[in-house]
Design a protein around this ligand. Structure first.
Ligand SMILES: [Zn+2]
Length: 286
């Protein structure tokens, strides 16, 4: 095996028309609107931050699927002694491609299965994988893709839930407000604290899987999935690209350079197969 020589920082391109992550989008609304934010004003497009929690869960689920499709089992994300054990959910998951969290650790020096190794969490084990929030801005020229930022804008969506009884004349029952990000296109910045070839392969395969299954309910991102939110186009930006090439990916006026095409070819034919072989070996071990 050749020495792994890709950067510890990798970028995933994420594109979605509508993303709803509950109340956890942080915005700069108070700066932008001087205290007078109007939901309906199309001029009032402001930026903010998408925390990494939802993104991380979405990616982890994709990674678990990749491990399972390779006939392995994935570490269960929850502790065995959590409440859900009572109603059999945990045991049902153990039959469906998961192993009990942490049983893959044979001794203290062991790294466990590839999912545990990456995400950590058992007995205060740190993961080897840092998932950052995505900072988004409606002003394209101020987006720095090399720092894991995205073009996109915050919107507050108001939903009226109306009565279905005819005599009520569609009287509103309640008003729900959702925080959403519209027309998001940008980079999610991920850093490996330690780079292992199987980590990179797992990430690459999970992103492919999530892209292929983007309309499956289980693999959409965040909330509002019943309303078309969270359908995400995603792909791993070639880790061999330098910063200039990374920026070029997001430049609508420009295509790949010949050098980028060469790197794509190299990634597909040399790097990825080698990393995938390492992943196959690692999944087989557990
Ligand atoms: Zn495990």
């Amino acid at each position: 095996m050749t020495e792994i020589d890709i950067d510890r920082d990798v970028f995933v391109r994420i594109r979605t028309d509508l993303l709803v992550v509950g109340d956890s989008i942080m915005t700069d609304r108070h700066h932008a609107s001087n205290g007078n934010y109007e939901d309906n004003d199309p001029q009032n497009q402001i930026g903010g931050i998408i925390p990494a929690f939802s993104l991380s869960g979405w990616l982890r689920h994709g990674m678990e699927k990749v491990v399972q499709e390779r006939d392995g089992t994935a570490c269960h994300p929850g502790e065995a002694n959590a409440n859900f054990r009572k109603d059999g959910v945990y045991n049902r998951d153990l039959d469906a491609g998961y192993h009990e969290k942490g049983v893959c650790l044979e001794d203290d020096d062991d790294d466990g299965c590839v999912i545990l190794d990456l995400f950590g969490g058992f007995g205060n084990r740190p993961g080897k994988f840092m998932r950052r929030p995505i900072q988004f801005s409606p002003v394209r020229s101020s987006v720095d893709y090399t720092r894991g930022q995205a073009e996109g804008h915050y919107r507050r969506i108001n939903r009226n839930v109306v009565s279905r009884n005819e005599e009520d004349n569609r009287e509103p029952l309640r008003n729900a407000e959702l925080d959403a990000v519209g027309n998001l296109d940008g980079c999610w910045h991920l850093s490996f604290r330690e780079t292992k070839p199987e980590f990179v392969a797992l990430l690459a395969e999970a992103i492919d899987f999530l892209d292929e299954h983007q309309t499956d309910f289980m693999h959409q991102l965040g909330g509002a999935r019943n309303f078309g939110g969270g359908i995400v186009d995603c792909d791993l930006v070639n880790p061999l690209y330098n910063e200039t090439e990374l920026r070029r990916v997001f430049d609508r006026g420009k295509g790949n350079t010949n050098k980028m095409d060469d790197k794509d070819e190299k990634w597909e034919t040399e790097y990825l197969p080698e990393f995938q072989a390492a992943l196959a070996e690692r999944v087989e071990e557990v």
